[in-house]
Ligand binder design. Structure first.
Ligand code: PLP
Length: 380
């Protein structure tokens, strides 16, 4: 990760900064490791829908995984081939389904019978056929923050095992829907490879179940979720892609001609992005000093929403380190980026870099407190 302090003088803070060299190195590493096994990678646009990021995905020939009609439109605007766009989400509107059908996307990942019925009916009206995958809830527990698990029975996501028979019976009567795949996604920020191995074992079992019911699909989609190092972004700038894909190659049983798909979001873009913010005031607290900065939960909500930890550096200072709470200007007590961290001696006007913010940062920004929506800038 590199910072261009001269350029930063000309940009109004706070802003997102994307290191394009690191992004390219990361995407190259993903591509090489996925190509080894002939795997298909779809970038999960919700992690960061910035057009500059999407154009890079196109450059590396990735598809996308979209969770809204606007993400489909943005992918196409970036030049992504519609035949590489998967459309997921538990609540797709009629308008969004129409966008998907009219653009001839690769696949709708479906989560319920009423959704399948609706897609079947809209496709019929448009004189189209919809290719669909069933998003199955694999009921695999993973070690990550509770708010970002998605593949256990209590989550709203996916079709649960007790409904499988009913779903395949219902599909028999849907003329405008082709079942082409099975889809899974167990959560996010997963660092323990055993969690992915457990997912593979479940996929193998569930494939057997469908096979026994005379269903063989061409596509298996195992979602995303690979985590990154938030505590050591300098030491571990690129996630363990080689190890990750190897788990699937070793554990997942594909049938002849079956294609394997991945939907990686965070792991592709988190480390290349930093939120750059200016220190407005420093004031004394009980055991620490408060560094009050001009970015808040409106620019980066992860600490407030998921108790996420981001490394924070003062990129303007070489002074000996002191203890700080780094807090934002928003009128919420949860508007705090870090408590009791050691950081170089900080004064008004210094720039801080909040690291590993390329995923679920700019994408989750809001205008709460009527703030101006934050922008992203690229290093080249
Ligand atoms: C969010 C999401 C992803 C991407 O998750 P990451 O943890 O960012 O890799 C992939 N697939 C689905 C269905 C998702 O909802």
């Amino acid at each position: 990760m590199s910072f261009d302090l001269n350029k930063f003088q000309e940009i109004k803070t706070p802003f997102y900064w994307y290191d394009v060299d690191l992004l390219e190195q990361t995407l190259k590493c993903v591509k090489e490791n996925a190509d080894k096994y002939g795997y298909n990678v779809h970038y999960a646009v919700k992690a960061n829908g910035n057009l500059g990021i999407l154009r890079k995905m196109k450059e590396f020939d990735f598809g996308t995984d979209c969770v809204s009609g606007n993400e489909i439109k943005q992918s196409i605007a970036a030049g992504i081939d519609p035949k590489k766009i998967a459309f997921a989400g538990v609540g797709k509107s009629d308008e969004e389904i129409t966008i998907g059908l009219e653009n001839g996307i690769f696949c709708f990942n479906c989560e319920s019978i009423p959704e399948l019925e609706n897609i079947n009916s809209i496709a019929g009206k448009l004189g189209k056929k919809a290719d669909v995958a069933l998003r199955l809830n694999p009921n695999v527990h993973v070690s990550t923050h509770h708010y970002i698990t998605t593949g256990i029975e209590e989550n709203k996501f996916g079709i649960n095992e007790w409904d499988f028979e009913e779903v395949i019976a219902a599909l028999q009567n849907m003329e405008n829907v082709n079942l082409i795949g099975l889809h899974f996604h167990v959560g996010s920020q997963i660092l323990d490879m055993q969690d992915f191995r457990n997912l593979c074992v479940r996929v193998n079992e569930l494939q057997e179940w469908f096979y026994a019911h005379n269903i063989i699909v061409d596509h298996i989609n195992v979602g995303g979720g690979l985590g990154i190092s938030y505590t050591q972004p300098n030491e571990e700038p690129i996630p363990a892609f080689a190890e990750y894909f190897k788990v699937f190659a070793e554990t997942l049983k594909l049938r002849p001609k079956q294609q394997l798909h991945f939907e990686l979001g965070r792991s592709l873009v988190a480390q290349c992005g930093s939120l750059i913010t200016k220190v407005l005031y420093v004031k004394r607290g009980v055991n620490t000093k408060f560094a009050i900065v001009d970015a808040g939960m409106t620019e980066l909500i992860r600490p407030a929403l998921y108790q996420a930890v981001h490394k924070i550096e003062n990129i303007s200072s070489n002074l000996p380190s002191e203890r700080y709470d780094v807090v934002g200007p928003i009128c919420e007590s949860s508007d705090c980026f870090a408590k009791g961290i050691d950081m170089a001696g900080t004064k008004r006007g210094d720039l801080l870099a909040i690291r590993s913010a390329g995923a679920y940062g700019e994408a989750m920004a809001s205008t709460y407190n009527l703030r101006t929506l934050v922008k992203g800038y690229f290093s080249k």
